[in-house]
Design a protein around this ligand. Structure first.
Ligand code: BES
Ligand code: MN
Ligand code: ZN
Length: 492
């Protein structure tokens, strides 16, 4: 999609569709007023006759004579005086949802003038560009019938004045959207195609496309030599070999310590010998969404080229119950030297992550954030609106929570108190890989914390936010917006 900013009058823009927000009550936004005057009171008549109420997220497309617009799309803005980030998203998604399969080739959006609570115009521009990318996403790779190309080729955002910070915001929003959509493509791809080697190929391709990214892939032999035994214990039952994917972006000074992202990349999670029940097991193809968010963020970083250093690491394996699979009760030595009693092979995410978290010590990181669809318990605790956040550093936790608030890609902090650690005590090894039913998300993070003592670290449990189930089943691209906001906040 092509994007532009419009600072001329609405009528002087060559768009064939004008998109205006109509509130349920109170004063209309300036653009809606202008459009109404231009069309001799048509918009107010539509409202007055009871055909459009302005209810949040409702839409109405008015066909016109082409002078100056072939159509006006009215979008309900609800109660204009208190628009939250989530409501703004709903308005934008509704507008694009109506537009994407209509006949318009070039739409002029006036939604950046809406008064979103505590957000400035640059934020609104970035958010709209991102929301457009999100709405226009489709995943048709595996449909036999070819999907027809869309008419819509350009989106112009009407803004108050030409300004370099708005141009930058437009670019940022687009790139974050691209990163989200890449993460969704990877997440939606089924486990028979999306394997550790296939993810590695995507990381290699990213380095080919962008000179500023370097990718290195470690195979099982190289991981064995490093002592990454718990990671390898997960792929032991699968015919698909594991991969450790390391992507480096160097946009800062050589001495600037990198921000490291570590993603869980289980390309399919059957549970292993501790086999999962059959119902909805297909959704375990999404168990690499942490990895997908790392790849998505790396792509967005490569597009935007901020002055920071970022390392993206993906620990990827398939968790299958083959004859060489790890047994419950097996004791394995991690790369850190600590031994783990694997009581449940379905708690495999922490097993691949712990070795990756030890591996990243070599980068002398400024911060490390791991992203993982780690526990079903996180869905019970927080549902589908917030990611679980746990950290060994309150400043890092605060920075990530704020990034979530700013982008509407929210997280919520859970405690990482010492009192929970004893749930991981093992009779036979240094640690066991499960902590029982109470506080499953916290004890999973406690397990990881045993491997992150030497640096500033946070863990995002994205089991509830990375994908939707039911009719809208699919990957969401979260938490790419949170990660990008966090990373860019270090770019000055
Ligand atoms: N990938 C799952 C977590 C998960 C489950 C995410 C359901 C989304 C929906 C993870 O590998 C897992 O199986 N975790 C277990 C841990 C338990 C055995 C301690 C879980 O949550 O049941
Ligand atoms: Mn599992
Ligand atoms: Zn898993």
């Amino acid at each position: 999609m092509k994007y532009a900013l419009n600072t001329k009058g609405l009528i002087d823009c060559s768009a064939d569709c004008l998109v205006v927000a109509i509130p349920e009550s109170g004063t209309w936004p300036a653009s809606a007023d202008t459009a109404d005057k231009q069309e001799d009171g048509l918009l107010r008549r539509v409202v007055k006759q009871g055909d459009f109420s302005g209810k949040l997220g409702s839409t109405m497309l008015l066909p016109l004579n082409g002078k100056p617009w072939s159509r006006i799309l009215m979008v309900g803005a609800g109660k204009l005086d208190s628009i939250t980030v989530q409501q703004f998203r709903k308005i934008a998604i509704a507008a694009l949802g109506r537009l994407k399969d209509a006949g318009s080739k070039h739409a002029l959006l006036t939604l950046a003038e809406l008064p979103v609570k505590d957000r400035d115009e640059a934020w609104r521009v970035a958010f709209l560009a991102r929301a457009c990318e999100e709405s226009l996403y489709r995943f048709t790779e595996f449909k036999s019938e070819k999907t027809p190309a869309r008419a819509l080729k350009q989106i112009t955002l009407d803004v108050s004045a030409a300004d370099a910070s708005l141009e930058q915001a437009l670019q940022t929003g687009q790139s974050v959207g691209h990163g989200m959509n890449l993460a969704r493509d990877l997440g939606n791809t089924p486990g028979n195609v999306c394997t550790p080697r296939w993810l590695a190929k995507h990381a290699k391709d990213l380095a080919k496309e962008f000179d500023c990214v370097e990718t290195e892939i470690l195979d099982e032999k190289q991981m064995k030599a490093l002592g990454m035994n718990t990671l390898l214990s997960v792929s032991a039952g699968s015919a698909e070999p594991a991969r450790l994917i390391v992507m480096q972006y160097k946009g800062g000074k050589a001495k600037d310590k990198p921000h490291v992202l570590v993603g869980k990349g289980i390309t399919f999670d059957t549970g292993g010998i501790s086999l999962k029940p059959g119902e909805a097991m297909d959704e375990m193809k999404f168990d690499m969404c942490g990895a997908a968010s790392v790849l998505g963020a790396m792509r967005a970083i490569a597009e935007l080229k901020p002055k920071i250093n970022v390392v993206g690491v993906i620990a990827s394996a398939e968790n299958m119950p083959g004859s060489a699979a790890t047994r419950p009760g097996d004791i394995i030595k991690t790369m850190s030297g600590q031994t783990v009693e694997i009581l449940n092979t379905d708690a495999e995410g922490r097993l691949v992550l712990c070795d990756a978290l030890t591996y990243v010590e070599r980068f002398k990181p400024a911060t490390v954030v791991d992203i993982a669809t780690l526990t079903g318990a996180c869905i019970i605790a927080l549902g589908h609106h917030a990611a679980g956040l746990l950290s060994n550093d309150d400043n890092l936790a605060k920075a990530l929570l704020e990034a979530g608030e700013r982008t509407g890609d929210r997280a919520w902090q859970l405690p990482l108190w010492d009192e929970y650690q004893s749930q991981l005590d093992s009779n036979f090894a240094d640690i066991q890989n499960i902590g029982g039913r109470p506080a499953g998300t916290i004890t999973a993070a406690c397990y990881l914390s045993r491997f992150t003592k030497d640096y500033t670290w946070a863990h995002l449990d994205i089991a509830g936010v990375a994908w939707l189930s039911g009719k809208e089943k699919g990957a969401t691209g979260r938490p790419v917006p949170l990660l990008m906001d966090y990373l860019l906040s270090h770019a000055g």
